[in-house]
Design a protein around this ligand. Sequence first.
Ligand code: Q46
Ligand code: ZN
Length: 310
Amino acid sequence: MKCKRCGERAEVQLRAHNTAFCRTCYLFYFRRQVERAIAAQHMLVLGERILVAVSGGKDSLALWDVLVDLGYDTTGLYLGLGIGQYSDASQEKVERFAAGRALPLRVVKLEAEGPGLGVPAVAAASRRAPCAACGTMKRHYFDAAAFTGGFDVLATGHNLDDEAARLLGNVLRWQKDHLARQRPVLPPTHPKFVRKVKPLYLTSEYETAVYAFMRGIDYIVDECPNAAGATQLLYKAALDRLEVESPGTKLAFVKEFLRTAQPAFAAVEQREPQECAGCGMPAYGALCSFCSLVREVETRRARTASPLPA
Ligand code: Q46
Ligand code: ZN
């Protein structure tokens, strides 16, 4: 097979796009795809301060790599979730990536912050699935770090597979409020929120993996130990089966949702956040979901610690 751009021997075949590239042209193509997504959705402006959430995985590190390459002013943000060996190993990958390229990196270890709680402790005490607790905590610490650091934008490495799986989950349960907010760019709805963007939302997991490999990015290959039970993986597997039979399904699913259905959901759901009585960050109730979760954990712990009445 030949490269569609230069005619040399192709190394990568992209069935969803009905194309193939050699290594040089693939790197060019990948960057161009990200650049186009950024421009089409007005995600970023050169000169803005961008906080890039990095987990140590291929997607977030590939994103950071491309953004630097495209000339954006970036700072990495790594959250230490407290998930044992997985967290230690992923932090090391992020630190090595940043040090090797002399890029600024902020590390926030959840267990060293305010309530001193990592993801496993919160999940166990609140009896929530680890990923549910993790999602709430990550959102809070991302928002807080972006706001207190004075950043203009928060960029995450969600790829097409993530977005398609999330969309499928939201559609299966018709979660209207989630569908209203599922967009590659979320403008801030409160002065303490910054814009949130997903520049890789149209590039597949396979495409970012190939990019990371070709760029020699050393990322954590092991999945988080909590990922195995996550429903997200079930949705991804279902979509993978559809994609094999009908290449381009994921791309069409996400793109057409954003073009035809998302605006209708967004028009109906227009809640304005207030400020959380606990942490001062935006909240849709008296407390934000992070503070509610922490309060729940503290109440449960106090109950188990107090002696039973005689
Ligand atoms: S880190 Fe957190 Fe993921 Fe681990 S606990 Fe689940 S959500 S699987 S991206
Ligand atoms: Zn709060």
